[in-house]
Design a protein around this ligand. Structure first.
Ligand code: IPE
Ligand code: IPE
Ligand code: MG
Length: 235
């Protein structure tokens, strides 16, 4: 059920929508439309991200996952990659003061700058007991995640693998599968995001570019979710 206070447009979700994932796309196009460098689009995207994470918590979402940097994004110019790394580093500074959120980084941290990696791991450790979970997919690829999981299972000597075994060896092992996946910027593809976990997720695509995605747009996505009928293969 969706609780809505008509006067104030106050939205509350229930347990049927506990996890939302976002493919935050369109930062580059947002900058281009303003004749700004792409890094300015990422900067504005980071502001939108913090706003949406706060609003999700406010409406009762338990877990948010954001796609911040993919295993394929290394193909981009060094200047752009450096700008994204700096935004993450600055965000971690602020996140250290945010005492209500559990932070989990999904992806391979081993190739990142050592100082950044250490701070990511520290934030994960120190926030582990908190309830509202923010998964940040950074240097994340769904295929790489599955390969890592299979290799871990192989190294444990597993010869017969169950679906549960795989789920428990993914970066998302502590989160349930996303109920809703939102992708902005008019692209209708998965781009190597949560390939295993999206088996029965609902999808919401919008033309809005990520830096313009605000509370109102989030509410639209949530309302759209509540109009869907999820069958999970049943009738
Ligand atoms: C998404 O925005 C952010 C990252 C992939 C890091 P883009 O940078 O892909 O923006 P567009 O798709 O070029 O507009
Ligand atoms: C997906 O966006 C990755 C992130 C949002 C971090 P991309 O912009 O990299 O995806 P493609 O290349 O258009 O599929
Ligand atoms: Mg893009």
């Amino acid at each position: 059920m969706l609780f809505k206070n008509k006067k104030k447009e106050e939205l509350r979700v229930d347990e049927s929508l506990s996890h939302i994932a976002f493919i935050m796309d369109g930062n580059g196009r947002w900058a281009k439309a303003r004749a700004l460098p792409r890094r300015m689009g990422h900067r504005q995207g980071a502001i939108a991200f913090e706003k949406i994470v706060r609003e999700c918590s406010k409406i009762g979402i338990k877990t948010v996952t954001v796609y911040a940097f993919s295993t394929e994004n290394w193909k981009r110019p060094k200047e752009e990659i450096d700008a994204i790394m700096e935004l993450l580093s600055n965000y971690i500074d602020r996140a250290e003061d945010e005492k209500g959120t559990r932070y989990v980084f999904l992806g391979d941290k081993s190739v990142l700058n050592e100082d950044l990696r250490i701070r990511m791991e520290k934030l994960e450790r120190e926030s582990v007991d908190r309830e509202y979970t923010l998964n940040i997919a950074f240097n994340y690829g769904g295929r790489a995640e599955l390969v890592t999981a299979f290799n871990e299972l192989a190294s444990l000597g597993k010869t017969s693998i169950t679906e549960n075994d795989i789920s428990e060896h993914l970066y998302t092992r502590d989160s349930k599968d996303p109920d809703l996946i939102v992708r902005t910027a008019n692209e209708c593809r998965i781009s190597n995001f949560l390939l295993w976990q999206c088996a029965y997720s609902e999808f919401y695509f919008t033309d809005v570019l990520w830096p313009d995605f605000d509370e109102r747009e989030l509410h639209k996505a949530v309302k759209s979710f509540y109009k869907r009928k999820r069958n999970f293969g049943g009738i």
